[in-house]
Design a protein. Structure first.
Length: 358
């Protein structure tokens, strides 16, 4: 009888093949005995620098990983590979991975990121010690631009300025992503800690999540082609369903900066901008799901916190409109934002932003 793994590392892939080998090797070389890797190719057309597609990269890394683990005296790792015939978005790619996983715990790993050595060991030690449904660790930043570390003496001033801006952005991201509650939260204190006091961040990576809890959370969420803010509805319900959270100080995840849709790159086409506008859909999912729950599921303070979050995300979209969308595209981009969030809501938040700026 085949023994089920303790942890399932779930990796969705879409247009990130150039990072995939690094990601997979960071997972397959974990010094841990009982885990599997579940990969979902979300209709990705991408290839790496050598022209290899997702399936080919997985096969090569699986072969290399088997040798590396044998050298360390570790058992081979099972890799389960699934494909969507078309791109369904990150939420559905994760759903496919989790539904096909067999581990007691889920470890979400984005395909352009990496796990740090002993990540699984550190996360599972905390999970088993406390009987936790959620364990959260800390994150470090990786700059894909071959380390934006030190400036070259021959580097021109413009390049140095870009490098310094990237360093500052990395520091801001690091502080935000390392919002980890140091200790234990139980019951409703998990949800309220996330939504009200915001004592920990709701990103799904850098966490170990009990699969049973994750599946309960997904049962509240209908099929959705969601590519932005997809973590919000998932962790909203994970934190609602969980009974015990543990935050640890150990760094377990390496986040690659400025590769995603929401990175600070100039937006000069409506297709890219529309993906950012779909942030609104994350809140549509949550507010529709709330209607299906018993009337007193959330306190007035919790409902206020949920509405405040939606305003905060819309403000982020408006700031992106002003700072990253090219001037010629702004009128159409604003119109599209109104279609997703509602014209009255957009105008209300614009007025609030203008008043706060003096």
């Amino acid at each position: 009888m085949k023994v089920k793994p303790v942890i399932s590392i779930c990796i969705p892939v879409y247009n990130s093949e150039c990072f995939l080998k690094r990601c997979l090797l960071s997972a397959i070389t974990q010094d841990f005995d009982s885990f599997e890797i579940v990969i979902v190719n979300d209709g990705s057309p991408g290839k790496d620098e050598e022209g290899q597609d997702c399936r080919k990269i997985v096969k090569l890394v699986q072969k290399e990983g088997k040798k590396l683990r044998k050298q360390k005296g570790l058992p081979a790792v099972n890799i389960n590979y699934y494909e969507h015939s078309k791109n369904l978005g990150l939420l559905e790619a994760r759903r496919t991975a989790i539904e096909n996983a067999s581990g007691e715990y889920i470890c979400i790993l984005d395909s352009d990121d990496a796990l740090l050595p002993e990540a699984l060991k550190n996360l599972y030690e905390a999970a088993s010690s406390y009987g936790a449904d959620i364990v959260q660790g800390k994150t470090e930043i990786f700059c894909s631009d071959t380390e934006t570390a030190s400036s070259s003496p021959t580097e021109d001033s413009a390049s140095q300025e870009i490098r310094e801006k990237q360093k500052k952005r990395a520091q801001i991201i690091l502080e935000r992503y390392n919002n980890v509650y140091s200790g234990v939260l139980s019951g409703r204190a998990i949800f309220d800690g996330y939504m009200i006091s915001q004592n920990h961040i709701g990103l799904l990576w850098a966490k170990l999540i009990r699969r049973e809890i994750y599946l309960k959370a997904l049962s509240h969420i209908p099929f959705s082609n969601l590519v932005m803010s997809e973590d919000f509805p998932q962790y909203f319900f994970i934190s609602l369903e969980a009974e015990k959270y543990v935050g640890i100080e150990k760094c377990i995840y390496q986040y690659t900066i400025d590769t995603g849709i929401s990175s600070n790159i100039k937006i000069d086409n409506l297709a890219r901008w529309e993906k950012i506008c779909t942030t609104a859909n994350a809140f549509t999912i949550v507010f529709e799901a709330i209607k299906e729950l018993p009337q007193n599921t959330f306190t007035p303070e919790e409902m206020d916190a949920i509405r405040l979050q939606s305003r905060s995300y819309l403000v982020n979209n408006l700031e992106a409109l002003h700072h990253t969308v090219t001037d010629d595209l702004k009128p159409q981009a604003r119109e599209l934002l109104c279609e997703y969030w509602g014209k009255n809501f957009v105008e209300t938040m614009e007025k609030a932003m203008n008043n706060s700026h003096g």
